[in-house]
Each structure stands twice: as structure tokens, then as C-alpha cells.
Design a protein around this ligand. Structure first.
Ligand SMILES: [Zn+2]
Length: 113
């Protein structure tokens, strides 16, 4: 996907500071943080959104969740807790059509929505 922002970050065509980078996923800080900690964990494979996830994506999805735990730990959130969220489609406010998971924490978050 040549015009995809996250694909360009993944390939290195666009240079951004990455908190994590491995064979399956990478992570960056959200440029518009909604909490003291707001990180995006992104699979390198172009998947449009969570509606397109299937069994074969299992390793990438598991890696996303475990990388989120490690990054939450690095930011001191393991005891207090944090939220992992996928936005899907317009009503959920999804703005970049490449699957990404939000890691949000560092304050009391209240209920979803
Ligand atoms: Zn992409």
C-alpha cells in the first residue's frame, strides 16, 4: 500500500521515532495523546482494520498484545492498568485505514465510550 501512512513508517520510507520495531509489529507514540500514555501498536502487514483480521493474523495480534504489555511496563502502568482498543470505522473515529491498537493509560480512564 504505497500511500498508506503506517506502511510508509513500517518500511522506513517515512522516518519516525519508534518505541519498538520487530519482524511483525512496531510502535509509536500517538501525535495527539488522549492520556499521559498513548501509544499505537501497529502490524507491519497492511490489514485495513479489525474486520479483516483472520486466524492467519494470530501471531501478529498476539505480538501486538505482548508488546503493549512490555511498553506499558516501561511506562510504569503494569500495576495501575491500561486500556487496549481497536477503533473500527467512522463511528469509532478510525482515521488511518491500517489496523492499529491504542495503548492508553496513566490516568483513570472511566468507562468505554
Ligand atoms: Zn498500510
Amino acid at each position: 500500500m504505497p500511500d498508506c501512512l503506517f506502511c510508509n513508517m513500517s518500511s522506513g520510507a517515512m522516518d519516525v521515532p519508534k518505541l519498538h520495531d520487530d519482524d511483525l509489529v512496531f510502535a509509536i507514540r500517538d501525535i495527539n495523546p488522549r492520556a499521559p500514555v498513548h501509544i499505537l501498536i501497529i502490524p507491519k502487514e497492511h490489514i485495513a482494520d479489525a474486520r479483516d483480521v483472520s486466524e492467519r493474523h494470530g501471531p501478529a495480534i498476539a505480538r501486538m498484545v505482548s508488546v503493549a504489555r512490555d511498553l506499558a511496563g516501561a511506562d510504569g502502568l503494569l500495576e495501575r492498568g491500561y486500556r487496549l482498543a481497536f477503533n473500527i470505522g467512522e463511528d469509532a473515529g478510525m482515521t488511518i485505514p491500517h489496523l492499529h491498537m491504542h495503548l492508553i493509560g496513566g490516568r483513570h480512564l472511566g468507562a468505554e465510550g
